[in-house]
Design a protein around this ligand. Structure first.
Ligand SMILES: [Zn+2]
Length: 226
């Protein structure tokens, strides 16, 4: 365990809600969107309707309301999008956060007290859409959390330095026309060193860079315990 992982792990012994507290954590089910899942192999998961239909089937199967997962998952769904590859660039398909798939408008909560570091509508194809980054201090440790695919209203009234308490509503999930054509979900990522990024940070990386990003973006479960 790195020192940040240890700090995150020690923060709470109890699971932490990151979506509407009215949704019991017993109604969360794991979702596998990796290339190893043969069920999604021939599906066009970049199509939000196809993706939502698959998620709905997983929710029904698990008698659940939220599907989640994806940390360090290698995914096929970015292959068709030029945002994640270029002519000479290796494809970025290792997912660095955890996604929580739930209906448009679902409340997103700050899982830990923090201040707004930056926010932005990353509105190019394949990107996060409306995004908020919080900065947190735990003891001597500073780190950041990123919330992507939010609604436009989530950015209303925000300012750098605005404080959010643990459990306070940070925003709501955006619809596919705002979240840049994904089935509605929260992309949640923890970042140790955000460099000069503002309202943005890579959410996927190449296999070649997996080592660096995995250590800079620890597993969110250390904090959330879901
Ligand atoms: Zn994601």
């Amino acid at each position: 365990m790195t020192s940040l992982e240890r700090t995150l792990n020690c923060f709470s012994a109890e699971p932490i809600h990151i979506l509407d507290k009215g949704i019991s954590l017993s109604k969360y089910t794991l979702l596998d969107l990796s290339v190893e899942n043969i069920e999604v192999k021939n599906m066009d998961m970049a199509d939000p309707t196809v993706c939502q239909t698959y998620i709905d089937s997983i929710l029904k199967q698990g008698d659940a309301l939220v599907a989640y997962g994806g940390y360090l998952e290698q995914r096929g769904l970015y292959a068709s999008n030029s945002h994640f590859s270029g002519e000479d660039k290796e494809i970025r398909n290792i997912h660095l956060g955890v996604d929580f798939w739930a209906p448009t408008g679902t409340k997103v909560l700050a899982p830990i007290k923090g201040k707004v570091h930056s926010f932005k509508n990353n509105n190019i194809k394949g990107d996060y859409g409306p995004t908020i980054v919080l900065v947190h201090s735990l003891g001597n440790t500073q780190f950041y959390t990123l919330y992507g695919h939010l609604s436009l209203e989530s950015l209303d009234g925000l300012f750098v330095g605005k404080e959010f308490f643990m459990g306070e509503v940070l925003g709501t999930l955006g619809a596919p026309d705002v979240n840049i054509n994904y089935a509605p979900h929260l992309h949640f990522q923890i970042i140790k060193d955000i460099q000069t990024y503002m309202g943005d940070y890579p959410g996927v990386c190449t296999t070649e860079n997996k080592g660096y990003y995995a250590s800079n973006c620890p597993n969110p479960y250390f904090l959330l315990k879901i």
